[in-house]
Design a protein around this ligand. Structure first.
Ligand code: ADP
Length: 184
């Protein structure tokens, strides 16, 4: 079983991913977390990613796809995965289709969380994780990048009936129940 948590920054992908991990006993793969760890450890991937992340831009597709493809070789993903923050471009989505086909863990079910823009900005600025990209300018830029490059990914999945839209406002547990209700 593969689940993609989809939505703009601040939509609650990480929060719901943690709950899904517990419920479905699947591993969590967050490309943002992978990059932040790589930057902290000053690895070659981290050095490549840092300037993009600080600018609120997307890390180049091939860098992202390579780290995801490599990560998914690990046995912990043998039954599938909960993807968070990936795929973020149509190229990444098409690459993931091929990777999942190769692993035979099933098509991804996409959960798209919708939250009004003012609320997204409020959440990101108040989440206090100390992230260098969680500034007012940073979030505004990421939202613009989301609209331009990431929003079209939803159509890629919706066209094949793989996407469910879930309202991402209100109580965290209510949102989680909405998600569980649409997963098969
Ligand atoms: P948020 O959802 O708040 O933007 P993430 O942790 O998902 O947080 O991503 C933080 C940053 O990491 C992004 O702004 C981008 O620079 C980079 N990043 C994460 N995932 C991807 C991806 N799939 N493709 C390109 N860049 C990515």
């Amino acid at each position: 079983m593969n689940i993609i948590l989809f939505g703009p920054p601040g939509a609650g992908k990480g929060t719901q991913a943690a709950k899904l991990v517990e419920e479905y006993k699947l591993p969590h793969l967050s490309t943002g977390n992978i990059f932040r760890a790589a930057i902290k450890n000053e690895t070659p991937v981290g050095l490549k990613a840092k300037s993009y992340i600080d600018a609120g831009e997307l890390v180049p597709d091939q860098v992202v796809v390579d780290i995801v493809a490599e990560a998914l070789e690990d046995d912990i993903y043998a039954n599938g995965c909960i993807f968070d923050g990936f795929p973020r471009t149509v190229f990444q989505a098409e690459s993931l289709d091929k990777i999942l086909e190769k692993h035979g863990t099933g098509d991804a079910q996409v959960i798209a969380l919708t939250v009004p823009e003012e609320e997204l900005i409020r959440r990101v600025l108040s989440r206090g994780e100390g992230r260098s990209d969680d500034t007012e300018e940073g979030i505004k830029n990421r939202l613009a990048v989301y609209q331009k490059e990431t929003a079209p990914v939803l159509a890629h999945y919706a066209n094949r009936g793989q996407a469910k839209i879930i309202e991402g406002t209100g109580d965290v547990n209510d949102i989680f129940n909405r998600i569980k209700a649409v997963l098969s």
